[in-house]
Design a protein around this ligand. Structure first.
Ligand SMILES: C[S@@+](CC[C@H](N)C(=O)[O-])C[C@H]1O[C@@H](n2cnc3c(N)ncnc32)[C@H](O)[C@@H]1O
Length: 182
């Protein structure tokens, strides 16, 4: 659910892009405690976008947080178009029991990871640090059932053959895939 603060701190760049804002907890932590200068965060669901916008109001007013309402499978391109330095990208957007509301949650794919990675692959910079949260679910249940970990790694290596992939602590040990150039 929430990526560990140690992982976010260890892999900090100036800017964080986060897909899946939820209530803005990680967004706030990144700016207020982990030293990120700016966070761009994307939330699909209007009710969570509105709640987060309210929770993050002070940081938005300060120009530290930029929040977008929409599907990260396309919105991430809009955000990447604003970026001209290597950043940390936390891919944490998925629909699960914790955020699905019948007749409220939009009827979209439950996991935008492949599309997000393809936009990252098309970006002019190929050495962003990419964190994929909750990999314990991948290939198993819910949003993860249609996703293949080997395929994600293959796309990452197409983005940059020099990526080093590690698995670091999240909700459980080895729950966050980290792709970075050392
Ligand atoms: C696991 S939560 C994110 C937790 C948050 N990053 C944190 O650390 O507190 C997943 C979030 O992704 C959102 N989401 C699901 N599919 C999405 C999509 N295609 N684009 C953007 N957000 C999406 C859900 O509404 C939910 O708020």
């Amino acid at each position: 659910m929430t990526v560990s603060r140690k992982v976010l701190e260890r892999h900090r760049k100036n800017v964080l892009i986060e897909t899946g804002t939820y209530k803005g907890t990680t967004t706030k932590l990144a700016v207020e405690e982990l030293g990120y200068d700016k966070v761009h965060t994307i939330e699909l669901q209007e009710y969570l976008f509105n709640e987060s916008k309210n929770n993050l109001k002070d940081l938005i007013d300060l120009g530290k947080v930029f929040i977008y309402n929409g599907n990260s499978n396309v919105k991430i391109k809009e955000v990447l178009d604003l970026i001209d330095e290597p950043v940390t990208i936390l891919l944490d957007a998925h629909i699960d029991g914790g955020n699905f509301i019948p007749n409220v949650t939009p009827n979209v794919s439950w996991c935008p990871l492949y599309e997000e990675l393809l936009h990252i692959k098309n970006h002019k910079i190929n050495n962003h640090t990419i964190l994929i949260d909750d990999v314990r679910i991948i290939g198993k249940i819910g949003w993860g059932s249609g996703v293949i970990l080997d395929k994600l790694v293959e796309i990452l290596m197409e983005i940059n053959p020099n990526y080093v992939i590690t698995y670091e602590e999240g909700e459980t040990p080895n729950d966050v895939l980290v792709a970075r150039v050392i």
